[in-house]
Ligand binder design. Structure first.
Ligand code: GUN
Length: 283
């Protein structure tokens, strides 16, 4: 039987309706949640992600502040901008869109963001808090994935979650989040021997590598839940994931599409984190 499609777009819409109410409540207390987004350079994908984040903020009543800079600014200049936003009491969330130009050390930049405004959840302090099960900002894509899987009402405890990809933004943290939910987690990456032998063991397969249609049906166990984080643009201009959707949907029980799968959930969790930051900063 063909898999059920997890509609990230619809799930995101429902969650955003609830978040809009939370923003309204904060405004009644005199708090206007605000997110500052910094975009350096003219990376086309980054430009469209940032635009989508701004639009999503505005739709639910979060104030969005966009700072754009040319790609040749110095690291020192960017650090000054972040320091200014850290001090600004009317700003609750700060996000520096990645990747940054080569002359900058991304870790230096991320570490400069005040942890209490780090709504991406990328600051090492917040990553440490996540890994040790403390309250913190959870990184948006992993958090969105967990939210999607939880929406299926499946018991995550004891399940074998296989993560393909080990990026700091998605692969590493998503494994940790499922570990927190008592899953057994295996990480695979570009050096993994016999990838299919491992991915075929997955009850929940999460793929975040940026390789169009890497995962085909022989990589997937019958009945597995398949989450595709990849967003790849084909020569035709069409978007496609890291999973061969048409092939894999014949063996999986649930599968996320690209687009309208994980992407809308990522932005939704950013909104959630910004509201959380506003609430905490005004306590
Ligand atoms: N680049 C790709 N994904 C992300 C994200 O979630 N946050 C930031 N800041 N940059 C990204």
């Amino acid at each position: 039987m063909a898999a059920q499609i997890i509609n990230g777009f619809e799930l995101a819409k429902e969650k955003r309706t609830q978040l809009a109410k939370e923003v309204e409540q904060l405004k009644q207390q005199g708090i206007e949640p605000a997110l500052a987004v910094i975009l350096v350079g003219d990376h086309p994908a980054s430009q469209s992600y940032v635009k989508a984040k701004q639009k999503a903020c505005e739709e639910i009543g979060i104030r969005s502040i966009l700072l754009t800079f040319p790609s040749d600014i110095s690291e020192e200049f960017l650090l000054e901008q972040i320091a200014r936003l850290n001090e600004d009491r009317s700003v609750h969330g700060i996000l520096v869109q990645l990747p940054l130009p080569k002359q900058m050390n991304e870790l230096h930049i991320i570490e400069a963001i005040a942890p209490e405004k780090d709504v991406d959840g990328f600051h090492p302090l917040n990553i440490g808090r996540m890994m040790t099960g403390q309250k913190t900002f959870l990184p948006c894509t992993p958090y969105g994935i967990l939210y999607m899987v939880q929406s299926l009402q499946v018991d995550i405890a004891g399940k074998h979650v296989v993560v393909v990809g080990r990026s700091n933004i998605v692969g590493k943290p998503v494994g940790q989040l499922f570990l927190r939910e008592h899953a057994t987690v295996t990480y695979c990456h570009s050096r993994t021997n016999d990838l299919a032998a491992i991915t075929r063991q997955a009850d929940i397969l999460i793929v975040a590598v940026g390789k169009p249609k890497l995962i085909t049906s022989p990589y997937v166990k019958e009945g597995a839940i398949v989450i595709d984080v990849g967003v790849n643009r084909l020569e035709s201009g069409k978007l496609c994931g890291d999973v061969d959707f048409d092939d894999v949907k014949e063996v999986a029980s649930y599968i996320t599409p690209v687009p309208k799968g994980v992407g809308p959930m990522t932005i939704t969790m950013l909104l959630h984190n910004t509201i959380q930051a506003a609430r905490e900063l005004h306590k």
